[in-house]
Design a protein around this ligand. Structure first.
Ligand code: NAP
Length: 481
Protein backbone atom coordinates (compact mmCIF):
# COMPACT_ATOMS: atom_id res chain seq x y z
CA UNK A 1 0.00 0.00 0.00
CA UNK A 2 1.76 3.15 -1.18
CA UNK A 3 0.21 6.55 -0.62
CA UNK A 4 -0.35 8.83 -3.62
CA UNK A 5 2.00 11.78 -3.95
CA UNK A 6 0.36 14.90 -5.35
CA UNK A 7 2.86 17.57 -6.48
CA UNK A 8 2.47 20.97 -4.86
CA UNK A 9 2.32 24.25 -6.79
CA UNK A 10 5.57 25.80 -8.06
CA UNK A 11 7.29 27.77 -5.30
CA UNK A 12 10.26 29.88 -4.28
CA UNK A 13 11.24 28.87 -0.75
CA UNK A 14 13.79 31.10 0.94
CA UNK A 15 15.47 29.58 3.98
CA UNK A 16 16.86 32.34 6.19
CA UNK A 17 19.49 30.52 8.21
CA UNK A 18 20.00 28.12 5.28
CA UNK A 19 23.51 27.34 6.52
CA UNK A 20 22.41 26.61 10.10
CA UNK A 21 22.04 23.39 12.02
CA UNK A 22 18.28 22.99 11.56
CA UNK A 23 18.50 23.59 7.80
CA UNK A 24 21.35 21.08 7.48
CA UNK A 25 19.82 18.33 9.60
CA UNK A 26 16.11 18.64 8.91
CA UNK A 27 14.86 21.18 6.38
CA UNK A 28 17.16 20.47 3.41
CA UNK A 29 17.21 16.65 3.76
CA UNK A 30 13.41 16.80 4.12
CA UNK A 31 13.05 18.84 0.95
CA UNK A 32 15.27 16.40 -0.92
CA UNK A 33 13.08 13.48 0.14
CA UNK A 34 9.96 15.32 -1.08
CA UNK A 35 11.74 15.92 -4.38
CA UNK A 36 12.73 12.26 -4.59
CA UNK A 37 9.12 11.22 -4.00
CA UNK A 38 7.89 13.46 -6.81
CA UNK A 39 6.08 15.99 -4.67
CA UNK A 40 8.15 18.97 -5.75
CA UNK A 41 7.40 20.35 -9.18
CA UNK A 42 10.26 20.97 -11.62
CA UNK A 43 9.78 24.77 -11.35
CA UNK A 44 10.35 24.76 -7.58
CA UNK A 45 13.37 26.61 -6.19
CA UNK A 46 15.03 26.71 -2.80
CA UNK A 47 17.12 29.72 -1.93
CA UNK A 48 19.51 29.66 1.01
CA UNK A 49 20.00 33.00 2.76
CA UNK A 50 22.47 33.79 5.53
CA UNK A 51 25.33 36.20 6.15
CA UNK A 52 28.15 33.86 5.05
CA UNK A 53 29.52 34.90 1.69
CA UNK A 54 29.26 32.10 -0.84
CA UNK A 55 27.83 31.54 -4.29
CA UNK A 56 25.17 29.07 -5.39
CA UNK A 57 27.80 26.38 -6.03
CA UNK A 58 29.20 26.86 -2.55
CA UNK A 59 25.72 26.38 -1.09
CA UNK A 60 25.17 23.29 -3.26
CA UNK A 61 28.39 21.79 -1.90
CA UNK A 62 27.19 22.53 1.62
CA UNK A 63 23.81 20.90 0.94
CA UNK A 64 25.43 17.88 -0.74
CA UNK A 65 27.39 17.35 2.47
CA UNK A 66 24.18 17.63 4.52
CA UNK A 67 22.39 15.07 2.31
CA UNK A 68 25.36 12.68 2.49
CA UNK A 69 25.20 12.89 6.24
CA UNK A 70 21.47 12.91 6.92
CA UNK A 71 19.75 11.12 4.05
CA UNK A 72 20.16 7.39 4.45
CA UNK A 73 17.27 5.89 2.50
CA UNK A 74 16.60 7.07 -1.08
CA UNK A 75 20.06 8.54 -1.48
CA UNK A 76 20.58 8.50 -5.24
CA UNK A 77 23.36 10.44 -6.94
CA UNK A 78 21.33 11.44 -10.00
CA UNK A 79 18.43 12.61 -7.88
CA UNK A 80 20.76 14.50 -5.57
CA UNK A 81 22.30 16.33 -8.56
CA UNK A 82 18.86 17.21 -9.92
CA UNK A 83 17.77 18.44 -6.52
CA UNK A 84 20.92 20.55 -6.09
CA UNK A 85 20.20 22.22 -9.43
CA UNK A 86 17.10 23.75 -7.80
CA UNK A 87 19.17 25.54 -5.19
CA UNK A 88 20.36 29.10 -5.15
CA UNK A 89 21.99 31.22 -2.49
CA UNK A 90 21.95 34.91 -1.59
CA UNK A 91 24.11 36.40 1.16
CA UNK A 92 21.90 38.67 3.28
CA UNK A 93 22.20 40.22 6.67
CA UNK A 94 18.89 40.31 8.51
CA UNK A 95 20.09 43.27 10.51
CA UNK A 96 21.62 45.22 7.65
CA UNK A 97 20.81 46.25 4.11
CA UNK A 98 23.34 44.02 2.33
CA UNK A 99 21.98 41.42 -0.05
CA UNK A 100 18.30 42.37 0.04
CA UNK A 101 18.17 43.90 -3.43
CA UNK A 102 19.77 40.76 -4.81
CA UNK A 103 17.22 38.61 -3.00
CA UNK A 104 14.37 40.75 -4.33
CA UNK A 105 15.69 40.29 -7.90
CA UNK A 106 15.88 36.54 -7.40
CA UNK A 107 12.23 36.14 -6.39
CA UNK A 108 9.81 35.24 -9.18
CA UNK A 109 6.24 36.36 -9.70
CA UNK A 110 3.48 33.84 -10.22
CA UNK A 111 4.80 31.20 -7.82
CA UNK A 112 4.14 30.59 -4.12
CA UNK A 113 6.58 32.62 -2.04
CA UNK A 114 7.52 31.01 1.26
CA UNK A 115 10.06 32.37 3.74
CA UNK A 116 11.38 29.99 6.38
CA UNK A 117 12.78 31.93 9.38
CA UNK A 118 15.30 29.31 10.54
CA UNK A 119 17.16 31.88 12.63
CA UNK A 120 16.93 33.03 16.24
CA UNK A 121 13.63 34.79 17.12
CA UNK A 122 15.53 38.06 17.71
CA UNK A 123 15.81 38.33 13.90
CA UNK A 124 12.15 37.66 13.05
CA UNK A 125 11.15 41.32 13.19
CA UNK A 126 14.11 42.49 11.10
CA UNK A 127 13.46 39.90 8.40
CA UNK A 128 9.73 40.68 8.30
CA UNK A 129 10.52 44.41 7.96
CA UNK A 130 13.05 43.87 5.15
CA UNK A 131 10.74 41.57 3.19
CA UNK A 132 8.09 44.24 3.39
CA UNK A 133 10.45 47.10 2.47
CA UNK A 134 11.68 45.25 -0.59
CA UNK A 135 8.19 44.42 -1.75
CA UNK A 136 8.81 40.70 -1.95
CA UNK A 137 5.76 39.61 -0.05
CA UNK A 138 2.23 39.52 -1.36
CA UNK A 139 -1.07 38.47 0.20
CA UNK A 140 -0.32 34.90 -0.70
CA UNK A 141 3.26 34.82 0.70
CA UNK A 142 3.88 32.63 3.76
CA UNK A 143 6.35 32.80 6.59
CA UNK A 144 7.43 29.85 8.72
CA UNK A 145 8.71 30.48 12.22
CA UNK A 146 10.49 28.11 14.55
CA UNK A 147 10.35 27.45 18.24
CA UNK A 148 10.92 28.98 20.72
CA UNK A 149 7.92 31.20 20.16
CA UNK A 150 8.53 33.57 23.04
CA UNK A 151 9.86 32.98 26.52
CA UNK A 152 6.63 33.91 28.30
CA UNK A 153 3.28 35.50 27.51
CA UNK A 154 4.71 38.98 27.19
CA UNK A 155 7.44 38.04 24.70
CA UNK A 156 5.07 35.79 22.72
CA UNK A 157 2.61 38.66 22.42
CA UNK A 158 5.37 40.99 21.28
CA UNK A 159 6.49 38.45 18.68
CA UNK A 160 2.95 37.99 17.42
CA UNK A 161 2.58 41.76 17.14
CA UNK A 162 5.88 42.04 15.25
CA UNK A 163 4.80 39.48 12.69
CA UNK A 164 1.26 40.87 12.49
CA UNK A 165 2.69 44.23 11.44
CA UNK A 166 3.34 42.80 7.97
CA UNK A 167 1.56 39.46 7.78
CA UNK A 168 -1.97 38.27 8.27
CA UNK A 169 -2.47 35.31 10.65
CA UNK A 170 -3.35 33.16 7.62
CA UNK A 171 0.20 33.73 6.32
CA UNK A 172 2.02 32.75 9.54
CA UNK A 173 3.04 29.12 10.04
CA UNK A 174 4.34 28.49 13.58
CA UNK A 175 6.06 25.12 13.53
CA UNK A 176 5.68 22.57 16.28
CA UNK A 177 7.21 19.56 14.61
CA UNK A 178 5.32 17.20 16.93
CA UNK A 179 2.19 18.10 15.00
CA UNK A 180 3.81 16.85 11.81
CA UNK A 181 4.35 13.35 13.18
CA UNK A 182 2.36 10.63 11.51
CA UNK A 183 1.02 9.19 14.76
CA UNK A 184 -0.20 12.56 15.99
CA UNK A 185 -2.41 12.81 12.96
CA UNK A 186 -3.38 9.23 13.47
CA UNK A 187 -4.58 10.16 16.92
CA UNK A 188 -7.22 12.30 15.21
CA UNK A 189 -7.98 9.57 12.69
CA UNK A 190 -8.46 7.00 15.45
CA UNK A 191 -10.61 9.29 17.58
CA UNK A 192 -12.80 10.76 14.88
CA UNK A 193 -12.72 8.08 12.17
CA UNK A 194 -13.92 5.19 14.35
CA UNK A 195 -17.03 4.62 16.38
CA UNK A 196 -15.15 2.51 18.88
CA UNK A 197 -13.25 5.05 20.95
CA UNK A 198 -15.06 8.38 20.99
CA UNK A 199 -18.07 7.25 23.07
CA UNK A 200 -15.61 6.08 25.76
CA UNK A 201 -13.30 9.10 25.48
CA UNK A 202 -14.40 10.95 28.61
CA UNK A 203 -14.25 11.02 32.39
CA UNK A 204 -16.90 8.35 32.73
CA UNK A 205 -14.74 5.70 31.12
CA UNK A 206 -11.17 7.02 31.19
CA UNK A 207 -9.37 6.77 34.51
CA UNK A 208 -6.44 8.97 33.51
CA UNK A 209 -4.13 9.85 30.62
CA UNK A 210 -0.34 9.90 30.62
CA UNK A 211 1.78 11.83 28.14
CA UNK A 212 5.48 11.08 28.20
CA UNK A 213 8.31 12.51 26.12
CA UNK A 214 11.62 11.20 27.45
CA UNK A 215 15.04 11.67 25.92
CA UNK A 216 18.25 9.77 26.62
CA UNK A 217 20.48 12.69 25.66
CA UNK A 218 21.48 15.44 28.07
CA UNK A 219 21.52 19.12 27.22
CA UNK A 220 24.55 18.58 24.97
CA UNK A 221 25.85 21.69 23.23
CA UNK A 222 22.65 23.64 23.95
CA UNK A 223 23.45 24.19 27.64
CA UNK A 224 23.32 27.95 27.66
CA UNK A 225 19.99 28.12 25.82
CA UNK A 226 18.45 25.24 27.76
CA UNK A 227 19.35 26.62 31.17
CA UNK A 228 17.32 29.75 30.47
CA UNK A 229 14.41 27.63 29.39
CA UNK A 230 14.11 24.27 31.19
CA UNK A 231 11.76 21.37 30.47
CA UNK A 232 8.60 23.40 31.12
CA UNK A 233 9.35 26.04 28.49
CA UNK A 234 11.27 23.81 26.11
CA UNK A 235 8.84 20.86 26.02
CA UNK A 236 5.64 21.23 28.07
CA UNK A 237 4.47 24.63 26.86
CA UNK A 238 4.62 23.51 23.24
CA UNK A 239 5.05 19.81 22.39
CA UNK A 240 3.29 18.19 25.36
CA UNK A 241 0.62 20.88 25.30
CA UNK A 242 -0.12 20.11 21.65
CA UNK A 243 -0.40 16.39 22.37
CA UNK A 244 -2.67 17.12 25.32
CA UNK A 245 -4.89 19.33 23.16
CA UNK A 246 -5.32 16.75 20.42
CA UNK A 247 -6.08 14.06 23.00
CA UNK A 248 -8.53 16.14 25.00
CA UNK A 249 -10.28 18.32 22.42
CA UNK A 250 -13.90 18.02 21.36
CA UNK A 251 -14.52 16.72 17.84
CA UNK A 252 -14.14 19.67 15.47
CA UNK A 253 -16.99 20.07 13.00
CA UNK A 254 -14.57 19.72 10.07
CA UNK A 255 -10.93 18.79 9.56
CA UNK A 256 -10.15 22.37 8.76
CA UNK A 257 -7.42 24.61 10.22
CA UNK A 258 -9.57 26.94 12.26
CA UNK A 259 -12.10 24.33 13.34
CA UNK A 260 -9.27 22.15 14.75
CA UNK A 261 -7.40 25.06 16.30
CA UNK A 262 -10.55 26.50 17.90
CA UNK A 263 -11.06 23.20 19.72
CA UNK A 264 -7.43 23.04 20.83
CA UNK A 265 -7.65 26.58 22.16
CA UNK A 266 -10.71 25.67 24.25
CA UNK A 267 -8.72 22.89 25.93
CA UNK A 268 -5.86 25.22 26.85
CA UNK A 269 -8.29 27.77 28.21
CA UNK A 270 -9.97 25.09 30.32
CA UNK A 271 -6.72 24.01 32.02
CA UNK A 272 -6.63 24.61 35.75
CA UNK A 273 -3.46 26.13 37.12
CA UNK A 274 -1.36 23.25 38.38
CA UNK A 275 -0.50 23.70 42.06
CA UNK A 276 2.89 23.24 43.66
CA UNK A 277 2.01 19.81 45.10
CA UNK A 278 1.19 18.44 41.67
CA UNK A 279 4.57 19.23 40.11
CA UNK A 280 7.91 17.43 40.45
CA UNK A 281 10.97 18.98 38.90
CA UNK A 282 14.30 17.21 38.56
CA UNK A 283 17.90 17.66 37.49
CA UNK A 284 20.06 14.72 36.42
CA UNK A 285 23.06 14.20 38.64
CA UNK A 286 25.61 11.49 39.28
CA UNK A 287 29.26 11.44 40.22
CA UNK A 288 30.31 11.32 36.55
CA UNK A 289 27.74 13.55 34.97
CA UNK A 290 25.49 16.36 36.02
CA UNK A 291 23.11 18.90 34.56
CA UNK A 292 24.87 21.65 36.49
CA UNK A 293 28.20 20.84 34.84
CA UNK A 294 26.60 20.46 31.41
CA UNK A 295 25.13 23.96 31.60
CA UNK A 296 28.18 25.30 33.43
CA UNK A 297 26.03 26.95 36.06
CA UNK A 298 26.57 25.44 39.55
CA UNK A 299 23.69 27.41 41.10
CA UNK A 300 21.10 26.64 38.41
CA UNK A 301 17.60 25.70 39.57
CA UNK A 302 16.36 25.01 36.03
CA UNK A 303 14.70 21.61 35.57
CA UNK A 304 15.85 18.96 33.11
CA UNK A 305 12.83 16.84 34.12
CA UNK A 306 9.26 17.64 34.99
CA UNK A 307 6.27 15.54 35.92
CA UNK A 308 2.92 17.10 36.61
CA UNK A 309 -0.72 16.34 37.18
CA UNK A 310 -2.97 18.52 35.07
CA UNK A 311 -6.72 18.96 35.29
CA UNK A 312 -9.05 20.14 32.56
CA UNK A 313 -12.10 21.92 33.93
CA UNK A 314 -14.82 20.92 31.51
CA UNK A 315 -17.66 18.37 31.29
CA UNK A 316 -15.72 15.82 29.34
CA UNK A 317 -12.71 15.58 31.62
CA UNK A 318 -13.91 16.54 35.08
CA UNK A 319 -12.24 14.02 37.43
CA UNK A 320 -9.85 12.52 34.87
CA UNK A 321 -6.32 13.82 35.40
CA UNK A 322 -3.68 14.11 32.70
CA UNK A 323 -0.18 13.27 33.89
CA UNK A 324 2.63 14.82 31.87
CA UNK A 325 6.31 13.96 32.14
CA UNK A 326 9.34 14.85 30.13
CA UNK A 327 13.03 14.79 30.81
CA UNK A 328 16.56 14.56 29.54
CA UNK A 329 19.08 11.80 30.29
CA UNK A 330 16.36 9.30 30.94
CA UNK A 331 16.39 5.55 30.55
CA UNK A 332 14.75 5.37 27.12
CA UNK A 333 13.81 7.65 24.27
CA UNK A 334 10.05 7.40 24.21
CA UNK A 335 7.17 9.66 23.15
CA UNK A 336 3.76 8.24 23.89
CA UNK A 337 0.23 8.95 25.01
CA UNK A 338 -1.40 6.37 27.24
CA UNK A 339 -5.15 6.34 27.73
CA UNK A 340 -5.94 4.20 30.75
CA UNK A 341 -9.58 3.18 30.85
CA UNK A 342 -11.47 2.40 34.04
CA UNK A 343 -11.91 -1.12 35.28
CA UNK A 344 -15.24 -2.78 34.54
CA UNK A 345 -17.75 -1.69 37.21
CA UNK A 346 -18.38 -5.23 38.39
CA UNK A 347 -16.31 -8.34 37.98
CA UNK A 348 -18.14 -11.59 37.39
CA UNK A 349 -14.87 -13.46 37.85
CA UNK A 350 -13.17 -14.45 41.05
CA UNK A 351 -11.04 -11.72 42.48
CA UNK A 352 -7.58 -13.16 41.84
CA UNK A 353 -8.09 -13.83 38.14
CA UNK A 354 -5.77 -10.99 37.12
CA UNK A 355 -8.28 -8.84 35.30
CA UNK A 356 -7.22 -5.22 34.78
CA UNK A 357 -8.16 -2.11 32.83
CA UNK A 358 -7.78 -1.55 29.09
CA UNK A 359 -4.96 0.71 28.01
CA UNK A 360 -4.57 2.40 24.63
CA UNK A 361 -1.02 3.50 23.90
CA UNK A 362 -0.27 5.83 21.02
CA UNK A 363 3.46 5.67 20.29
CA UNK A 364 5.09 8.58 18.51
CA UNK A 365 8.54 7.07 18.83
CA UNK A 366 10.11 4.62 18.57
CA UNK A 367 8.12 2.14 16.43
CA UNK A 368 5.29 4.54 15.57
CA UNK A 369 2.01 2.80 16.16
CA UNK A 370 -0.63 1.96 18.72
CA UNK A 371 -1.49 -0.86 21.01
CA UNK A 372 -4.54 -1.65 23.00
CA UNK A 373 -4.36 -4.05 25.91
CA UNK A 374 -7.39 -6.25 26.24
CA UNK A 375 -8.20 -8.85 28.83
CA UNK A 376 -8.67 -12.42 27.60
CA UNK A 377 -8.76 -15.83 29.13
CA UNK A 378 -5.40 -17.43 29.60
CA UNK A 379 -5.40 -20.36 27.19
CA UNK A 380 -5.47 -23.87 28.57
CA UNK A 381 -7.20 -25.80 31.31
CA UNK A 382 -7.20 -24.72 34.94
CA UNK A 383 -10.27 -22.57 35.27
CA UNK A 384 -10.96 -18.99 34.31
CA UNK A 385 -7.69 -17.11 34.63
CA UNK A 386 -7.46 -13.79 32.85
CA UNK A 387 -4.47 -12.18 31.20
CA UNK A 388 -3.86 -8.87 29.46
CA UNK A 389 -2.59 -9.07 25.89
CA UNK A 390 -1.70 -6.25 23.52
CA UNK A 391 -3.49 -5.81 20.22
CA UNK A 392 -0.38 -4.34 18.67
CA UNK A 393 -0.46 -2.20 15.57
CA UNK A 394 3.08 -1.18 14.79
CA UNK A 395 2.63 0.66 11.50
CA UNK A 396 5.69 -0.92 9.91
CA UNK A 397 4.23 -4.37 10.56
CA UNK A 398 0.60 -3.55 9.84
CA UNK A 399 1.08 -1.56 6.66
CA UNK A 400 4.36 -2.89 5.30
CA UNK A 401 7.75 -1.22 5.52
CA UNK A 402 7.17 0.91 2.43
CA UNK A 403 3.88 2.41 3.57
CA UNK A 404 5.26 2.95 7.04
CA UNK A 405 8.23 4.86 5.59
CA UNK A 406 6.27 8.06 6.00
CA UNK A 407 7.62 11.58 5.61
CA UNK A 408 9.45 13.04 8.53
CA UNK A 409 7.53 15.75 10.38
CA UNK A 410 9.48 18.58 8.74
CA UNK A 411 8.89 17.33 5.19
CA UNK A 412 5.18 17.06 5.73
CA UNK A 413 4.93 20.46 7.37
CA UNK A 414 6.93 22.29 4.69
CA UNK A 415 4.71 20.81 2.00
CA UNK A 416 1.67 21.95 4.01
CA UNK A 417 3.09 25.48 3.96
CA UNK A 418 3.30 25.39 0.17
CA UNK A 419 -0.21 23.97 -0.04
CA UNK A 420 -1.44 26.70 2.29
CA UNK A 421 -2.81 24.30 4.92
CA UNK A 422 -2.42 25.60 8.49
CA UNK A 423 -4.14 22.74 10.33
CA UNK A 424 -0.90 21.39 11.80
CA UNK A 425 0.52 24.78 12.78
CA UNK A 426 -0.08 26.71 15.97
CA UNK A 427 -2.22 29.78 15.79
CA UNK A 428 -1.08 32.93 17.62
CA UNK A 429 -3.87 32.83 20.22
CA UNK A 430 -3.08 29.17 21.02
CA UNK A 431 0.55 30.00 21.74
CA UNK A 432 -0.45 32.93 23.93
CA UNK A 433 -3.00 30.84 25.83
CA UNK A 434 -0.35 28.17 26.46
CA UNK A 435 2.00 30.79 27.90
CA UNK A 436 -0.82 32.28 29.97
CA UNK A 437 -1.17 28.86 31.63
CA UNK A 438 2.58 28.25 31.94
CA UNK A 439 3.68 31.62 33.32
CA UNK A 440 2.02 31.53 36.79
CA UNK A 441 3.32 28.00 37.37
CA UNK A 442 6.89 29.05 36.61
CA UNK A 443 6.48 32.26 38.61
CA UNK A 444 5.34 30.22 41.60
CA UNK A 445 8.37 27.96 41.71
CA UNK A 446 10.71 30.85 40.94
CA UNK A 447 9.27 32.79 43.91
CA UNK A 448 9.74 29.76 46.14
CA UNK A 449 13.27 29.28 44.81
CA UNK A 450 12.47 25.59 44.53
CA UNK A 451 15.42 23.33 43.85
CA UNK A 452 14.74 20.44 41.49
CA UNK A 453 15.16 16.91 42.89
CA UNK A 454 18.27 15.07 41.69
CA UNK A 455 17.83 11.95 39.56
CA UNK A 456 20.27 9.39 38.28
CA UNK A 457 21.14 9.81 34.56
CA UNK A 458 19.67 6.87 32.65
CA UNK A 459 16.77 6.47 35.12
CA UNK A 460 13.06 7.25 34.96
CA UNK A 461 13.42 10.53 36.83
CA UNK A 462 13.30 11.39 40.53
CA UNK A 463 11.57 9.10 43.03
CA UNK A 464 9.15 11.94 43.78
CA UNK A 465 7.66 11.58 40.28
CA UNK A 466 6.70 8.00 41.18
CA UNK A 467 5.19 9.25 44.43
CA UNK A 468 3.10 11.81 42.51
CA UNK A 469 1.38 8.84 40.88
CA UNK A 470 1.37 6.48 43.86
CA UNK A 471 -0.44 9.13 45.87
CA UNK A 472 -3.35 8.68 43.45
CA UNK A 473 -2.96 4.85 43.46
CA UNK A 474 -1.67 4.95 39.92
CA UNK A 475 1.67 4.32 38.30
CA UNK A 476 3.55 5.49 35.26
CA UNK A 477 3.71 3.13 32.35
CA UNK A 478 7.15 1.58 32.27
CA UNK A 479 9.56 3.42 29.94
CA UNK A 480 10.15 0.89 27.17
CA UNK A 481 11.66 1.61 23.80
P1 NAP B 1 22.22 27.98 13.95
O1 NAP B 1 22.86 26.69 13.63
O2 NAP B 1 22.89 28.91 14.91
O3 NAP B 1 22.01 28.75 12.56
C1 NAP B 1 21.63 30.09 12.50
C2 NAP B 1 21.55 30.49 11.04
O4 NAP B 1 21.16 31.86 10.98
C3 NAP B 1 22.85 30.37 10.28
O5 NAP B 1 22.58 29.97 8.97
C4 NAP B 1 23.38 31.80 10.30
O6 NAP B 1 24.26 31.95 9.21
C5 NAP B 1 22.09 32.58 10.15
N1 NAP B 1 22.16 33.94 10.67
C6 NAP B 1 22.58 34.35 11.89
N2 NAP B 1 22.53 35.70 11.99
C7 NAP B 1 22.05 36.15 10.81
C8 NAP B 1 21.78 37.45 10.28
N3 NAP B 1 22.00 38.57 11.00
N4 NAP B 1 21.31 37.53 9.04
C9 NAP B 1 21.08 36.44 8.28
N5 NAP B 1 21.33 35.19 8.72
C10 NAP B 1 21.81 35.05 9.96
O7 NAP B 1 20.73 27.81 14.49
P2 NAP B 1 19.74 26.56 14.24
O8 NAP B 1 20.04 25.52 15.23
O9 NAP B 1 19.75 26.20 12.81
O10 NAP B 1 18.35 27.19 14.67
C11 NAP B 1 17.62 28.07 13.86
C12 NAP B 1 16.28 28.35 14.53
O11 NAP B 1 15.55 27.15 14.66
C13 NAP B 1 16.39 28.89 15.96
O12 NAP B 1 15.31 29.74 16.22
C14 NAP B 1 16.24 27.64 16.82
O13 NAP B 1 15.74 27.92 18.10
C15 NAP B 1 15.22 26.88 16.02
N6 NAP B 1 15.26 25.42 16.22
C16 NAP B 1 16.39 24.71 15.96
C17 NAP B 1 16.38 23.33 16.14
C18 NAP B 1 17.59 22.49 15.82
O14 NAP B 1 17.48 21.28 15.92
N7 NAP B 1 18.71 23.06 15.44
C19 NAP B 1 15.22 22.69 16.59
C20 NAP B 1 14.07 23.45 16.84
C21 NAP B 1 14.10 24.81 16.65
P3 NAP B 1 25.37 33.11 9.15
O15 NAP B 1 26.12 33.04 10.43
O16 NAP B 1 26.15 32.78 7.94
O17 NAP B 1 24.62 34.38 8.99
Amino acid sequence: MVSRVIPVDPFDLVIFGGTGDLARRKILPGLYRRYYDGQMPEEARIIGAARSEMDADGFRDFVRGALDEFVTKRHDKKMVDAFLAKLDYVAVDAKGTGGWDALAKTMRDGVVKAYYFSVGPALFGDIADRLHEHGITDDDARIVVEKPFGHNLETARALNATLAAHFDETQIYRIDHYLGKETVQNLMAVRFGNMLFEPLWNAQYVDHIQITVSETVGVGGRGEYYDKSGAMRDMVQNHLMQLLCLTAMEPPSRYDPDAVRDEKLKVIRALETTGHDDIVRGQYKSREESYLEDVDNPGSITESFIAMKVRIANWRWNGTPFYLRTGKRMKERVSEIVVRFKEPPHSIFEEDTGQSANELTIRLQPNEGMDLTVTIKEPGPGGMRLIDVPLDMTFAEALGEEAADVPDAYERLIMDVIRGNQTLFMRGDEVEAAWAWTDPIIEDWTRREDRPYPYEPGSTGPEEAMILMHRDRRRWRELRA
